[in-house]
Design a protein around this ligand. Sequence first.
Ligand code: SAM
Ligand code: DTB
Ligand code: SF4
Length: 369
Amino acid sequence: MTALTAPRHDWSLKEVEALFALPLNDLLFKAHSIHREHFDPNAVQVSTLLSIKTGACPEDCKYCPQSGHYNTGLAKEQLMEVQKVLQQAKAALETGASRFCMGAAWKSPSKKDFPVVLEIVKGVKSLGLETCMTLGMLDVDQAKELSQAGLDYYNHNLDTSPEYYDQIITTRSYQDRLDTLSHVREAGMKICSGGILGMGEEETDRAKMLIQLSNLAPHPESVPINMLVKVEGTPLDQVEDLDPIDFIRTIAVARILMPESHVRLSAGREEMSDEMQAMTFFAGANSIFYGERLLTTANPQADKDRQLFQRLGIHPERRDVPVDDATHQAALQEAITEQKNSKLFYDASQASSLSDGAERERKPCGLVV
Ligand code: SAM
Ligand code: DTB
Ligand code: SF4
């Protein structure tokens, strides 16, 4: 048996630029071969995303509809109540999501809100879902408390290269981000960290960002690669479209650099054709956000994703939690019953805060096979 491609933490810029420069077929072949060594090539991990605190963020990230520095017409919402979050988590459970990711538009969690956040983590965890949060910067103590409450993953993106970073964000530094990631590791949680493509950066910035991520030892378990969702009112609203082939190349290079990580095809799928998504799965993407909303912007209709999975012969990756776990089964049953009994299960106020104005019925729609 041949040895598995081992993770490395010493990629040079020259090596990574050479990967980007390969003919596409050679790059895809290399990435897909590595992908098959480590993963079932037809399994895709499925996460569901919920914004638990929306808008009015003090940071100035130029891509973000939730920054208080720009007028995007987004309806602001305070931190959700624990029970409301748990309702949504149960709905996610029924659709077959294995991980429930919660995002808050904060610079960092406040003393007042933090106990509520910990309650949310405990509640979601007790349903048998993997838990993930993205709340901005964390100090060591906050990271430890989250970990003790049962948080599995913390999402904090590097977003771009250190060199391009200042063009995008001025209110927190690259080093702040690296510090948060190191606190997350120290607390024993898994890291979810990636970036955004299509913000006007050069290919070399994409290479440098991937090198930064692959310098983390161990590699982030989850690497979300977002394609910029252009939101009116943000400074990046008019930036030039990214060539889809460049997006696919970046996914392939991420797969080669971080062979054991889940690479998530993250924001931007609404703008991608089925064929483009199929190519990203071949290139090594093996995780998506499922459900018709990301945090504040639209994601593909659940039905559309179900059809895509069927057409491609892809199945959702199994949950890590034991399927015969009594609490999990009870929560699942309860979620199914609630869903059947209530058309209003999804909070209508949330649907109306979609920043693209799309008001969709958020019906449960399982990927469970
Ligand atoms: N406030 C927290 C933070 O930034 O750490 C958590 C929420 S923030 C919205 C999570 C990530 O979403 C950002 O780091 C960024 O990578 C991504 N994101 C935000 N707006 C986006 C957009 N318009 N297009 C693509 N990705 C976006
Ligand atoms: C990540 O890298 N992408 C997700 C998740 N982590 C939290 C967020 C995407 C947000 C896209 C814009 C929005 O919906 O507000
Ligand atoms: Fe705030 Fe996060 Fe948006 Fe930046 S990306 S403005 S920190 S919500």
